[in-house]
Design a protein around this ligand. Structure first.
Ligand SMILES: Cc1ncc(COP(=O)(O)O)c(C=O)c1O
Length: 390
């Protein structure tokens, strides 16, 4: 049996008719940049997430950078970022000129640890070198971060809360009153990625920013297209009136078409299907001594960008990966290195973080194949081979 880590071919077989139709429509119209599909997608996703504005852009990395730039984050600012995440979450604050301050994560959900966050904020305040400005809270592996605790800290210290929902799109958080908040509607501003392997992926690079703030939305649109004058879009020459520095970060029309073609299946079928896969994994792995399965907290719904286990103490991870690969099962390690020891931050204030949980996780985590099209038999096969390898 050959298993795909994320089976995009099987997905294509399922969505082919709709996606092909959209692609053909874009190619026929030859409206490759800023075609009508882009606006339609933005409206569809804004409605789904429950925010006023969705601003599409070229990828999830640009989305974070644009969101930070729109809020004036830059030189002299401290931005608090989990130590256990994809590089972009910390790279983007750094490219604005701010200093990422890495914060430890929780062992069970892999998401930002509120206690570690508060300790890091206090340390920065006491040093009086940087101004605490923002928190990049990541919905890691598909599950929203600890919303009430992180929000309360942001309010207490007057920090911008940026939700990095690159992996969380489609997930949700239900608050104590029973109100459901979709991922990418949780922060003051939120971002996502449409990288092909993400919960909602396109056929190339893509990303989006979500905000309820009209002014910030205009600023994001402006920054994403060379700082053009977005206040006067009715003026045909506004496009060439550049009132600030920005970048070239558009979602192209073909990718918007692909996402429109996939969206309904994502919302109505894939999220349930991937949750079924995760539940089956967790129940089949529950009897493995010392192995930790991912925990989804009460009120949280995950979009399962990854299914990440922690191997028992002393397990030889490399040997397990090798044995599983020989059985046709790909595995990955997200993430093998804490952010604060990445070479890019060497010798900077960012490298001074103390994050023992992240360090331990980087040594013990293993991501198993997961996607909505994995069959029960395939899940059983992966589990049987993993148990054998252990
Ligand atoms: C948590 C997180 N943030 C940001 C990104 C960046 O997204 P992109 O690859 O679309 O730039 C990723 C992508 O892997 C991610 O996982």
């Amino acid at each position: 049996m050959m298993i795909q880590f994320r089976d995009l071919q099987r997905q294509y077989d399922h969505v082919k008719v709709k996606v092909d139709e959209k692609i053909a429509g874009v190619v026929t119209s030859a409206h490759f940049i800023s075609g009508p599909e882009v606006k339609e997608l933005e409206q569809t996703l804004a409605d789904y997430v429950g925010v006023k504005h969705c601003i599409s852009c070229a990828n999830g990395t640009d989305a974070i950078t644009i969101a930070l730039m729109a809020h004036g984050v830059g030189d002299g600012d401290a931005v608090f970022v989990p130590d256990f995440t994809f590089f972009s979450s910390g790279e983007c604050p750094a490219t604005t000129g701010a200093t990422p301050i890495f914060v430890d994560v929780l062992k069970d959900t892999y998401n930002m640890d509120p206690k570690s966050l508060e300790a890091a904020i206090q340390a920065v305040r006491e040093e009086e070198q940087l101004t605490p400005k923002a928190v990049v809270a990541v919905d890691l592996f598909g599950q929203p971060f600890d919303v009430p605790a992180i929000k309360a800290i942001c309010e207490k210290y007057n920090l911008l809360l940026l939700e990095d929902g690159a992996q969380g799109f489609g997930g949700s958080y239900t608050d104590e009153s029973g109100k459901k908040h979709m991922a990418c509607s949780i922060g003051d501003i939120a971002t996502t990625s449409f990288f092909p392997a993400k919960p909602l992926g396109c056929y190339g690079d893509g990303g989006a920013i979500f905000t309820d703030d009209d002014n910030i939305a205009l600023l994001c649109r402006s920054i994403a297209v060379h700082g053009k004058d977005t206040q006067n879009l009715d003026d045909p020459n506004a496009k060439y009136n550049n009132i600030r520095l920005g970048m070239n970060s558009r979602l192209d029309t073909l990718q918007a078409g692909v996402l429109l073609g996939k969206f309904q299946v994502f919302r109505d079928e894939e999220l349930d299907a991937v949750n079924h896969v995760a539940e089956l994994y967790s129940s089949l792995l529950s009897d493995v001594s010392g192995l930790t399965v991912p925990v989804v907290k009460d009120g949280m719904y995950s979009s399962w960008a990854q299914y990440t286990i922690q191997l028992p103490d002393g397990a030889d991870r490399a040997a397990i990966q090798k044995a599983m690969k020989a059985d046709g099962i790909p595995t990955n390690i997200y993430y093998i290195k804490p952010m604060h020891i990445q070479g890019a931050f060497e010798g900077t204030r960012s490298s001074m973080a103390e994050c023992p949980t992240t360090e331990k996780l980087c040594k013990s985590v293993l991501c198993l194949p997961i996607h909505p099209y994995l069959t029960d038999d395939e899940v059983r096969f992966v589990v049987e081979k993993l148990k054998g390898a252990l």
